[in-house]
Design a protein around this ligand. Structure first.
Ligand SMILES: *Cc1c(COP(=O)(O)O)cnc(C)c1O
Length: 403
């Protein structure tokens, strides 16, 4: 029977619960249709409105949206001054985009090992990896759990480095220090924070990303980087001559890109942002149910939330206990066969052939490699029903008991 209240997938006869997906309602659809009927499909008022909404939500001064999280990272690293032969410090437990974006600029990623519980960069190991060439530290808030940002800021200040947070997992997350709580994206302990609006992330624009900052100079440079390095503002011109140059005049001042977001995407983003708190709350409710059933089980460890973090649970990463570590492939395949669309986050970045060809070798981040051997992401997304959640719990236990 087909009912109206649940999306149906005609390709599958059986239940298949993916690890993450978007939630789109009529409000979102209407917002997009409205733009399609308007004068601006790109470079209109919605982009600025979305940027203002993001900055206000996160508690930063400025936001610049991009056409992907990856282009936003590229922009952030560029305006941070990262360039050829520089080094930047990051973690191998991330999506390849985090380090690729620095390689676009000719810089070299230096991977620091992770904490084996959160999967976040191990702050105590950062200082050892800082060299004369280091320009930047890029912590990733793995799965939506904030890194201990004040500690990272202190290290960066000691060596005069910039900090860019890859917060693609962590919109809606918070960080607490000295009794004060900040939203991830407030940039209280970083120069810039980057988000992604890919459909599996907390809110979506189809594809999209953003850089948040409190620094006006970085903000202005990001705007130019997104648009070929072009400025149309008279006060910024270097070569403008009032006798010869008319209102058509604009200047390209450095090599930027076309990384602009469309009005269509921004309208969707504005509408999604209105629902963000509900999305995060729903994710945390799902985690409460998962945790109450999975707590203390003999098969795997469940994600944790340290005192300084308010987790926004982009993922629900479980970590196999020693006895099951070598059975990961079998467990993964059995879960998929049972309709649970698990995924693995992540293959350590330097495992990939491209990174291997750059000279990175296995064993440089032993805890990240161990994390990878244990990690499986169970489904979590706001549209999950109670039935879906129970299904995941039952089938997961079923798979482990069958081993
Ligand atoms: C999703 C993601 C990105 C890239 O974002 P896109 O919008 O897909 O380009 C970068 N870093 C991390 C950690 C991500 O999860």
């Amino acid at each position: 029977m087909i009912t109206d209240d649940k999306p149906t997938n005609l390709n599958t006869q059986y239940r298949y619960i993916t690890y993450g997906k978007q939630y789109i309602d009529d409000e979102d659809i209407n917002a997009v249709v409205e733009v399609l009927k308007s004068d601006f499909l790109t470079q209109g008022p919605k982009v600025k409105q979305f940027e203002d909404g993001l900055a206000e939500y996160c508690g930063s001064k400025y936001a610049v949206v991009f056409n992907s999280g990856t282009s936003a990272l590229h922009g952030a690293y560029f305006v941070a001054g990262l360039s050829k032969d520089d080094e930047f410090i990051t973690s191998a437990m991330t999506f390849v985009a985090t380090s690729n974006a620095g390689i676009y600029l000719g810089a070299k990623p230096v991977f620091v090992d992770v904490e084996s519980d959160t999967g976040n960069i191990d702050v105590d190991l950062i200082e050892d990896k800082i060299s004369e060439k280091t320009k930047l530290i890029v912590p990733i808030h793995y799965a939506g759990h904030s890194c201990d940002m004040e500690k990272i800021r202190n290290i960066a200040d000691r060596y005069q480095l910039k900090v860019v947070e890859d917060a693609c997992h962590a919109l809606g997350a918070r960080y607490t220090t000295n009794g004060l709580t900040f939203k991830v994206g407030s940039c209280q302990f970083s120069d810039m924070t980057v988000f992604s609006f890919h459909p599996v992330k907390h809110i979506t624009t189809g594809e999209g990303g953003a850089v948040l900052t409190n620094d006006y100079d970085l903000y202005e440079k990001l705007l130019l980087f997104r648009n070929h390095g072009i400025t149309k503002e008279k006060r910024k011109f270097n070569k403008y001559h009032y006798m010869f140059d008319g209102d058509w005049y604009y200047e390209m001042q450095f090599l930027g890109y076309n990384y602009r977001m469309t009005e269509i995407q921004a309208a969707l983003g504005i509408s999604q942002l209105n629902k963000l708190d509900r999305f995060v709350l729903k994710r945390r409710e799902i985690v409460d149910i998962y945790n109450s059933h999975f707590k203390g089980n003999v098969y795997f460890d469940i994600p944790l939330e340290k005192g300084y973090a308010f987790h926004s649970y982009h993922l629900y990463p479980i970590r196999l206990k020693d006895r099951y570590k070598d059975l990961k492939k079998e467990i993964f395949e059995l879960l998929r066969k049972n309709g649970i669309g698990v995924q693995v986050h992540y293959i350590p970045v330097y495992h990939h052939p491209f990174y291997e060809s750059m000279g990175y070798e296995m064993g440089i981040c032993k805890d990240a490699e161990d994390f990878y051997q244990r990690e499986i992401s169970l489904p979590i997304y706001p549209a999950m029903t109670e039935e879906d959640i129970s299904y995941v719990i039952d089938k997961t236990y079923g798979v482990f008991k069958s081993l």
